[in-house]
Design a protein around this ligand. Structure first.
Ligand SMILES: *[C@@H]1O[C@H](CO)[C@@H](O)[C@H](O)[C@H]1NC(C)=O
Ligand SMILES: *[C@@H]1O[C@H](CO)[C@@H](O)[C@H](O)[C@H]1NC(C)=O
Ligand SMILES: *[C@@H]1O[C@H](CO)[C@@H](O)[C@H](O)[C@H]1NC(C)=O
Ligand SMILES: *[C@@H]1O[C@H](CO)[C@@H](O)[C@H](O)[C@H]1NC(C)=O
Ligand SMILES: *[C@@H]1O[C@H](CO)[C@@H](O)[C@H](O)[C@H]1NC(C)=O
Ligand SMILES: *[C@@H]1O[C@H](CO)[C@@H](O)[C@H](O)[C@H]1NC(C)=O
Length: 455
């Protein structure tokens, strides 16, 4: 009797809990953001030079994904590349509970075959600025990339204020096809791709057509007045504050970004709020995203240059240009000044200072575990394996498995054939490491839920 009563009470409680839970959930339950994309090759002239690029729904960069924290993003992707597979990775999205949507071909999925449709479905669980890019071959360098903006839930405020939100993706651009580049890089002897022909700001750059060694046989291959390569223009209203989400997806270049006459306050880095700090130059490496606040507080009767320059390597690429246009000036009117020269390419003090200034915002810190079960030291090197240059981590270079790892786990195929069962190399010999004497090896596994400290 007592048991039955308790049981009934429990049932009532459960029903009550369920009701409360449903109400709570229905309030925060995210929306579905549905995107239908077609990926194909098209001729475009992002820097005035015509070549085949990969577009999504006709554009490169692809469409911006806009969602709110907690929403489910559904991307129905049709591969119309005719002769090439495709896969898209959602850079910075954690894919909790949806590892098969991570888009890393050979790791979490088989590539999407020509003519096929694959549906990516995942929850964006953290507000912030992220990216997406191709993860098959080097299709990213052919223009297959874009940005993901996740806003905070209703009623939640961010630790800074602004009037308008805009995003800018930086990239470096080559005229040779990705096939030619990849073939050269994996040839013996090695054929270096060289420095990029131009720097793109939101998919637009300017290549000086008169620099072409031999005039092209086909008229209009390089056309300085092609609308594809007209500069990106950011129109601002005097007195307003702009949040610019700046990201980079270069294949080679480390970049610097400046807005003539305007300071920038860094407030977010890779999806995390940071203690604000002011800079004149933003240094940005491939795969990074920052949010900066810019106040339109300069003489509003003219326009200003936004510039990007190569740093770290001796530049052989023209400055990438865009225009900061003060409304109501004519948007395309060139600023009366010469584009700001970037900092010295080999200047390191400012770069170090930026890295040292990046600190988690004090209201958004996550305390790391005090102890770890393992300490792993990772050393990233460029090795020569069977005569070919390959990147390696602790003497192991990635090679695509025959069956994608996640598929192998699901199908329970003999994992010995997929993973090397030996523990991964967790250290390296600092003194005697020979970065050139390395072979390709299989991937290794770590145990789930172990706490690791990675150095
Ligand atoms: C940080 O948190 C404190 C205490 O909750 C609050 O008073 C302050 O406004 C917050 N700062 C920002 C920038 O959100
Ligand atoms: C383009 O290159 C030519 C030849 O080197 C040079 O004379 C010209 O000034 C350049 N134009 C621009 C806009 O840089
Ligand atoms: C260059 O582009 C402009 C604008 O699209 C076009 O009018 C012109 O015919 C093009 N020139 C050549 C040689 O194709
Ligand atoms: C930008 O910052 C520098 C150094 O802090 C300062 O001297 C300068 O006045 C600032 N410029 C603007 C436009 O705020
Ligand atoms: C930086 O590079 C320039 C040439 O681009 C050179 O003159 C200068 O000495 C270099 N500075 C340092 C510190 O290496
Ligand atoms: C890297 O691996 C190869 C073979 O797999 C081995 O011969 C070489 O000694 C290793 N190098 C280092 C520095 O451990």
């Amino acid at each position: 009797m007592v048991e039955i009563l308790e049981c009934r009470t429990l049932v009532k409680l459960l029903v009550l809990c369920h009701l409360i839970f449903s109400v709570a959930v229905s309030k925060v339950e995210g929306r579905i953001r549905h995107y239908r994309w077609e990926v194909k090759y098209e001729y475009k002239s992002p820097d005035c030079f015509k070549k085949l690029v990969i577009t999504i729904n006709g554009g490169t960069p692809g469409p911006k994904i806009l969602a709110q924290q907690g929403d489910t993003v559904v991307v129905e992707l049709k591969n119309s590349l005719l002769t090439e597979n495709v896969a898209i990775h959602w850079h910075g999205i954690r894919q909790i509970g949806t590892p098969w949507s991570d888009g890393t071909e050979g790791v979490t999925q088989c590539p999407i075959l020509p003519g096929d449709i694959f549906i990516y479905k995942f929850v964006v669980d953290r507000a912030g600025s992220y990216l997406y890019h191709a993860h098959y071959g080097i299709q990213r360098e052919a223009g297959l990339y874009g940005s993901i903006i996740v806003s905070v839930p209703n009623g939640v405020s961010e630790p800074f204020v602004y009037d308008y939100d805009r995003s800018i993706i930086l990239n470096d651009w080559y005229h040779k096809s990705t096939f030619e580049q990849a073939t050269g890089l994996s040839s013996i002897p090695f054929v270096w791709v060289g420095e990029p022909q131009s720097l793109l700001i939101n998919g637009r750059g300017r290549f000086n057509c008169s620099l072409l060694a031999t005039p092209s046989l086909e008229a209009g291959v390089c056309n300085a007045t092609n609308p594809d390569c007209s500069s990106y223009i950011l129109t601002v209203i005097s007195g307003k504050t702009y949040r610019l989400r700046i990201s980079s997806l270069t294949s080679l270049s480390a970049l610097n970004f400046q807005i003539e006459g305007h300071n920038m306050t860094v407030v977010e880095a890779d999806g995390h709020y940071v203690e604000p700090f002011e800079i004149q130059n933003l240094y940005i490496y491939s795969g990074e995203t920052y949010s900066i606040l810019v106040k339109a507080n300069q003489n509003p009767s003219r326009n200003y240059w936004m510039t990007t320059n190569v740093v770290s390597r001796k530049p052989a690429t023209l400055t990438g240009l865009a225009i900061l246009n003060y409304y109501p000036n004519y948007p395309k009117k060139s600023p009366p000044t010469l584009p700001t020269a970037g900092p010295l390419w080999n200047e390191t003090a400012q770069r170090l200072a930026q890295s040292l200034s990046l600190k988690a915002h004090k209201n958004f810190t996550h305390t790391p575990p005090l102890t770890s079960d393992k300490v792993i030291v990772l050393l990233n090197t460029q090795n020569k394996i069977d005569g070919v240059h390959r990147w390696s981590v602790n003497n192991v270079s990635f090679s695509l498995p025959h069956t994608p790892y996640l598929v192998a786990l699901k199908e329970n195929v003999n994992l010995n054939r997929v993973f090397d069962q030996n523990p991964p190399p967790e250290n390296y010999d600092f003194e005697n490491y020979d970065i050139y004497n390395v072979d390709a090896q299989n991937q290794r596994r770590l145990w789930y839920n172990r706490k690791c400290q990675v150095l």
